[in-house]
Design a protein around this ligand. Structure first.
Ligand code: NI
Length: 226
């Protein structure tokens, strides 16, 4: 499942986040890359312990906590502290699959990467290139979203970021360990949740809807690891 989640950040959060990103000291993006991806990764990244990075992490985490679509699609068990990257002057990130497990730099707990997210801080009119290209069994999907919007996709996907030939592409990216590790099961639960919500809006609470909602929770209970 590849999902576009609009307006994850408010205009105020976006403006504040951009001000922090502008004054922070960027470093070489290979600080968090694995062996294979270090060879194809050419970008800048915020060191995770910088005060600006800490404030930005809290800002993104707060936005995720209030986002119902993110919760329904990711079914988060643990979110890796959000990272921030910048591509400019021809920088790109070639095809790779994200590392399967990562150690949280703050509490040192392992996080299995089930779901990958990119949250955009600059908009499509501010740079050329820089599309996130995600490949799945239906082909290659090219993603370039408004500032404040986010894309969510399975971490099992092969993906890349195209060279940025004008301006700067600044984004937050992070991984989530899901209560439901399998993408097919997660997608089924998400579709079911969306259909139930839409039926509830159209028809109000009915006996059949109560039963369907029960089915959703019983499937989640069958598959969730908490
Ligand atoms: Ni990646």
């Amino acid at each position: 499942m590849l999902l576009h989640i609009p307006e994850v950040l408010t205009a105020e959060e976006l403006a504040h986040g951009r001000a922090l990103l502008e004054r922070a000291a960027w470093a070489d993006g290979r600080i968090t890359a694995g062996q294979q991806s270090a060879q194809v990764k050419r970008n800048l990244q915020l060191p995770q312990h910088l005060p600006e990075a800490r404030e930005l992490q809290a800002l993104v985490e707060a936005a995720l906590k209030r986002n119902g679509l993110f919760f329904s699609a990711a079914l988060p068990k643990k979110v890796f502290p959000p990272l921030f990257n910048c591509y400019q002057g021809g920088m790109d990130f070639g095809n790779h699959v994200d590392n399967a497990v990562r150690s949280d730099p703050f509490d040192h707990a392992w996080v299995r990467t089930d779901v990958s997210c990119t949250l955009f801080f600059t908009g499509p009119d501010e740079y050329d290139g820089g599309e996130l290209v995600v490949e799945d069994s239906y082909g290659a999907h090219r993603v370039k979203l408004p500032a404040g919007d986010m894309v969510l996709y399975p971490s099992t996907s092969l993906h890349r970021v195209e060279p940025v030939t004008r301006g700067a592409r600044i984004a937050s990216f992070f991984w989530t360990q899901s209560m439901v590790r399998d993408d097919a099961k997660r997608s089924l639960l998400f579709d079911m949740d969306m259909a139930i919500s839409s039926l509830r809006r159209e028809h109000g609470e009915t006996e059949a809807l109560i039963s369907l909602t029960g089915n959703y929770h019983n499937l989640l209970r069958m598959w969730a690891e908490v």
